[in-house]
Design a protein around this ligand. Structure first.
Ligand code: F3S
Length: 81
């Protein structure tokens, strides 16, 4: 493997800048995203999640953001690479 990347291989955290989005029409307020990465996600009084900043996800938080994506039962979170 040797850390090489190419077509069909996943890019390791920190490989490319990524942004994250929450689809408000899918979010049902499970708040797992907030529990996993409160630096990136915010949840309002109604349980609706949002992304705190439109900036790229800091490399050091990327792994936890990916964890939030895979733990959202509504598939409301998406990573844009
Ligand atoms: Fe909503 Fe999913 Fe977070 S349902 S509150 S985006 S875990």
């Amino acid at each position: 493997m040797g850390g090489r990347t190419g077509p069909g291989t996943s890019v390791p955290p920190g490989g490319l800048p990524v942004k994250v989005t929450v689809d408000p029409s899918k979010c049902q307020g499970h708040a797992r995203c907030f529990a996993l990465c409160p630096e990136i996600f915010d949840v309002d009084d109604y349980g609706q999640s949002s992304v705190r900043s439109a900036d790229d996800v800091p490399v050091e938080l990327e792994e936890r953001v990916r964890l939030a994506v895979s733990n959202c039962p509504e598939f409301a979170i998406a990573i844009v690479e």
